[in-house]
Write a protein that binds this ligand. Sequence first.
Ligand code: ASN
Ligand code: ZN
Length: 355
Amino acid sequence: DALQTVIGTGNSQYNGQVPINTTLSGSTYQMLDTSRGTGGKYGGMAITNANHSSANAPNPGQIYTNSTNTWGDGQQYIPGGSTTNANGQTAAVNALWGLMNTYDTMKNVVGWRSLDGNNTATYIAVHVDNNYDNAFFDPSCKCMYIGDGSSFKNLGSIDVIGHEMGHGVTDATSNLVYSGESGGLNESNSDIQGEATEAYARAGGTGTTIPSTGNDWVMGAEISKTGTPLRYMYKPSKDGSSPNAWSTSLKNIDVHYSSGPNNRMFYFLANGSSATTTSDYYSQYLTQNPKNMTGIGTDKAFRIWFKANTTKFTSSTNYADARNKVLQAAEELYGVGSKEATAVKRAYAAINVGT
Ligand code: ASN
Ligand code: ZN
């Protein structure tokens, strides 16, 4: 039978009912989106069931199939639990919706297709391992794995999917080494991709710009059972481990903490130092001169950052090199001496990098 792309209905865990692109093959629906990405393992973007294979040696398993084009029940997967979610379709819905929106953010905003920029299809395997509190990009398959969570809920929130796909983009471009300062920048790039995707998706997942509102500037709020997110881009130190500014010892800490200063830089670049979303984030933490700055909006900040990571950074780029290359990207996009270029200088100065 010929394959036919159809729009299905997914009952997601974090975003209610969402449209998902699936494929009708004979009388069976598959979680395969051939309208996004070509080639790769499945000829389109796919969601597979890792079926609890170990995260150390994961087996992606098979593409999800269904007899109707309505998927999942919106509930957290519990092994042996709810019969309506017994095969864990909700986790697959979370993953496919996140993948579709991350793909569309990059394609529609910066013209970047899939992870490698060449539109090579990738896939996400859900239900990896048991009670697994993580999600990861695997460079060997250029694919991703999502755990069901234990301390966390299912790891398939929009910012986490965007984060993992961000690792795929870095893997295909700058390939920032995953330790020291370059590792922190690698992690920060993924957090930036996660929040940009969140903003784009929340606004409906269409258009060619990233709205400056709609995302929460924290990572993993939705997957948290306690309400405490994993990381705070607006004030990284709120996690108890991430510094707010660069120092000579930044290179010695875990990459999920050394990402903090660059995350804060990006937050300031987008929002300025006196934006008014919630309490206590802003100018009092901007210790370097100038203490106040005007943001350029998430859209421009993302374009500048994305260009730097995909075309200027090398695998050993550190914070100082990143500052110079992000500035260069801003100058190329918006002009030497532009307000956007000035904002980059101020945002990096605010985290103790450059002046
Ligand atoms: N979820 C983590 C991340 O993407 C996995 C890891 O530590 N690499 O950063
Ligand atoms: Zn990461």
